[in-house]
Design a protein around this ligand. Sequence first.
Ligand code: HEC
Ligand code: HEC
Ligand code: HEC
Ligand code: HEC
Ligand code: HEC
Ligand code: HEC
Ligand code: HEC
Length: 394
Amino acid sequence: MFSCNSYKSEFVEIDTIATHRNGMEFVSMQECIACHKDIVESHMKTSHYKTSFKTDATAFDEMLKTLSNEINLDDGTKIVIKKEGNTLFQDFYVVGNQTPVYHTPMDITIGSGFRGQSFLYWNEEGLFQNQASVFGTMEGWINSPGYASQINNTREVVPRCMECHSSYAAPLESSSNRISNTYDIENVVLGIDCQRCHGEVKEHVLFHKKNPDIKDGQHILKYSELTQQQRIDACALCHSGFRQPAWDPLERKFIPSFSYQVGDELNDYLVNNNSRARNNQEPEIHANQIKLLMDSKCFIMSENMDCATCHDPHAQERGDFQNFSLKCISCHQSQNHTEKTLRLTNANFEDCTSCHMPFVDSQAMKIDLNLNELTPVKIRNHLISIYPQEINLH
Ligand code: HEC
Ligand code: HEC
Ligand code: HEC
Ligand code: HEC
Ligand code: HEC
Ligand code: HEC
Ligand code: HEC
């Protein structure tokens, strides 16, 4: 349903909210509502859209009231989380010192809040990760995964982190080949929005505003015209584990983050030269769904499978097992389950994933819940297969 007739005017202006280093102009997602209202509304509920935003201090009021807001590290340092005005801070007290050695704001939240949220702060143009993170859906404060239990509040946030968790964050050129954590603050777009997956849209918007009668999308990249590999690469940018930047022999430097655009060949920009990641059969939170899926018989023996075979990229679908099972059944109209399998009393055959894509413990992401032990995060295995019964039903 289009309601674009009010845009007949010859003069249609749209504001640019940021400009990519390559010249691409970002427009606000509001610009899409006139013609794609349903998709915009649905997208705003996704983890993608909510994966980074300016921290909303009021969202923590309840947590600050009801839970302990201190973390005691093994080196004696105490981190205290508190709210001043409309800003959250992390204060660091070292042994024998009454005044905090750090008083750092929590400017940006990373994570939609399913498994947890991390926080970033600006120090001039430098972007750093706060040491304390939130575990789960506001279940408590923890020392950020990967940090030793000692004071370390100046972890640099490299562009690759933002490349996966935002639409854009313009890295500042560094003179050496060192990867810098400085950004042009005027050119940061938080949340993963339409343009992260659909590329340049300004011309598209201008064209359709001027030509409301044309119903075929113009000046826009079309997924239906991409190859299977191009479509998979569009997701692999962020879902194929920790790739390294590729080396550009002409410029004699590493290709900077945010260079890859949908349609490009990802390996030209980011390489999986980490042998552990490349051969990795273990699913990880930071995450290698691609490799695992591509090793599955479903992928190997069907023709055009990609991530969108099962996932609607604009919808929040977590927990909707019936929807996912329908995708399985669309290819597996009948299943040859043995009598033994069918007799399993606690099995739910409406949820194919409970047995064929079971949860596994992450090896890379473990969380220290102040219990002196690391609790692994559970993740969904994209190696679709037949698993022994013991690990299935829980
Ligand atoms: C004035 C109307 C209008 C506006 C505003 C508009 N579009 Fe479109 N768009 C269309 C029309 C018409 C089509 C073709 C029909 C369809 O696929 O929905 C289209 C199609 C698309 C497609 C599908 C391309 C394909 O065939 O695969 C994408 C992606 C898209 N638009 C993205 C956007 C984004 C992102 C915005 C906001 C920045 C936007 N559009 C704003 C009119 C508009
Ligand atoms: C720019 C990086 C990026 C791209 C591109 C990307 N994702 Fe994601 N995706 C993420 C991040 C980050 C999360 C975790 C968001 C969170 O919970 O904070 C995520 C989460 C998800 C989830 C879990 C959703 C949930 O409810 O928790 C699914 C499913 C998913 N992505 C599928 C896809 C598919 C399919 C594509 C390709 C069409 C894709 N992603 C492209 C970064 C990306
Ligand atoms: C290679 C891309 C990539 C990089 C780099 C990356 N992440 Fe992620 N991150 C993801 C994806 C994808 C998910 C969701 C995984 C899933 O649901 O399986 C995720 C999940 C998370 C979550 C949990 C979100 C939630 O609500 O469940 C947090 C917090 C997080 N990342 C923080 C960070 C921080 C901080 C950095 C950088 C210092 C970083 N990540 C670097 C892709 C990435
Ligand atoms: C995570 C990546 C991702 C994001 C973010 C995203 N899209 Fe898409 N979009 C896709 C993919 C992939 C397809 C092709 C789906 C398929 O092949 O079934 C698509 C298809 C479309 C289409 C055409 C088919 C349809 O569903 O009507 C439109 C229109 C569209 N997107 C608009 C948008 C708009 C508007 C936004 C922002 C509100 C947006 N998309 C955000 C990945 C994304
Ligand atoms: C695009 C079609 C398609 C979809 C969608 C699909 N599969 Fe498959 N799957 C196949 C094909 C083709 C094979 C290999 C031939 C066969 O065993 O039927 C296969 C094989 C399997 C196998 C046997 C694996 C083995 O190692 O022997 C299982 C189990 C399976 N699929 C479960 C699922 C589940 C569960 C889903 C949904 C989460 C699913 N499939 C979605 C096409 C698909
Ligand atoms: C055969 C169906 C199927 C295909 C194809 C598929 N997924 Fe999934 N995916 C699922 C199911 C089922 C879940 C579990 C959803 C839930 O827990 O609600 C899931 C969950 C996820 C999650 C959340 C992970 C977690 O641990 O909670 C991410 C991220 C994801 N998929 C990304 C991808 C990407 C990227 C691709 C393409 C390489 C892809 N998926 C292809 C079925 C599929
Ligand atoms: C209780 C666990 C369980 C559930 C739930 C389950 N499966 Fe299976 N599935 C198995 C086991 C175990 C096998 C191996 C054969 C056997 O021992 O029954 C199997 C075999 C298969 C196969 C390979 C054999 C064949 O038919 O070619 C496919 C495909 C399959 N399942 C699809 C599905 C789909 C689709 C669903 C959801 C509608 C589903 N399964 C639900 C446990 C399960």
